[in-house]
Ligand binder design. Structure first.
Ligand code: HMG
Ligand code: MG
Length: 314
């Protein structure tokens, strides 16, 4: 096991992974305000929107308007999803300085999510990465279904390793390993990371764990033990994937920040400001915040609520 890091980087994906799955239309102004509040809470990598086909994901159709209106804090990165060159060119025109490409370790998911095979998706990313390099834009890579597929079930770690390796070789600076449907457990997560690390240095890996089975926090801890120091999360646990029906949102950012505080690991995030943000966006969407930490601290009658504050300890 690796020693735990002193600091981790959190990639906030709520405005994209969270809001892409909303059934109700979310006003552009709400998205812009969410990004502002996340930045003010200390998040410095925020996935702002996606330049995907508006016919496939209508919730992201206002991508350029979002990019035009967001507050851009110094030192912060506002990345966007780009599935192809058309998306990249639109993202660049909208002022993106970081983009993400997304492939899958499962053929069936690749077809449903991007209408092409894994090999074809990797080919499609090649010109995106080249154009990004020419424009001085950083490219991150996602590998979906790293711990299971909604259509194929079990996914062999070797397939995750091969796709992650191909994205890394193509020029992605970091590869985010995604438990798209939140089925992973710590042993499987560590086995998958060990396998991927044969091709991609563990320092260039990130964990992106949806929380369907409530295992995401355990999987993050297991990943920390393997040397992973970057985690994707979504404020209030918003979201899911339109092509993985029934999968819940990403692990909630508040829960990750609480875990890291307890471990003495710096995130740069102000938990109180983050919980304010979680309560605000949850109210705007008409629901309770999904994070256990926010429910415990802000709900009435729970242990650790403001009146009986308990500091987390290791
Ligand atoms: P396609 O239909 O095969 O594309 O979709 P096409 O190249 O044949 O083009 C068809 C039409 O779409 C054309 O328009 C294109 O111009 C247009 P028409 O001539 O018919 O009017 N088009 C676009 N429009 C805007 N932006 C673009 C774009 N590209 C083509 N970039 C495509 C292929 C990849 C575009 C489509 O499948 C798509 O947009 N997929 C994205 C699906 C998606 O966003 N899924 C959710 C995000 S991924 C995720 O959540 C997983 C993640 O969180 C990790 C995890 O948890 O696993 C990242
Ligand atoms: Mg996701």
């Amino acid at each position: 096991m690796n020693p735990l890091p002193e600091r981790v980087r959190l990639v906030e994906v709520g405005p994209r992974d969270g809001l892409q799955n909303e059934n109700q239309p979310v006003p552009t102004a709400t998205k812009v305000e969410l990004i502002r509040r996340l930045g003010r809470a200390g998040l410095r990598t925020i996935e702002a929107t996606a330049f995907v086909s508006p016919r496939w994901v209508p919730q992201m159709a206002d991508n350029a308007a979002v990019m035009a209106a967001i507050e851009r804090l110094p030192g912060a990165s506002y990345s966007v999803l780009t599935p192809n060159l058309k998306g990249f060119e639109a993202a660049l025109a909208a002022g993106a300085t970081e983009v993400a490409v997304f492939a899958a370790a499962s053929e069936a998911f690749s077809q449903r999510n991007t209408n092409c095979s894994i090999a074809a998706s990797l080919e499609r990313f090649r010109p995106v990465v080249e154009a990004a390099r020419a424009a001085n834009v950083r490219v991150r890579g996602y590998v979906s279904c790293a711990l299971g597929c909604p259509y194929e079930g079990t996914v062999a770690p070797g397939r995750v390793r091969d796709v992650a390796g191909a994205l890394f070789d193509a020029g992605c600076y970091e590869i985010s390993l995604c438990d798209t449907i939140g089925v992973g457990t710590p042993g499987a997560t560590q086995g998958m990371i060990a396998c991927v690390a044969e091709r991609v240095p563990v320092t260039q890996l990130a964990g992106h764990y949806h929380d369907t089975y409530g295992m995401a926090i355990a999987n993050i801890y297991a990943s920390l033990q393997m040397g992973v120091g970057v985690f994707d999360s979504s404020v209030a646990g918003l979201g899911g994937c339109p092509y993985a029906v029934g999968a819940s949102g990403n692990v909630a950012t508040e829960d990750v920040v609480y875990l890291m505080r307890g471990l003495g690991i710096e995130t740069g995030v102000d938990l109180e400001a983050l919980m304010d943000c979680a309560e605000w966006i949850s109210a705007a969407l008409g629901r309770r915040p999904g994070a256990r930490v926010t429910q415990a601290r802000r709900g009435s009658g729970f242990i650790g609520s403001r009146s009986t504050e308990v500091e987390p300890t290791g």
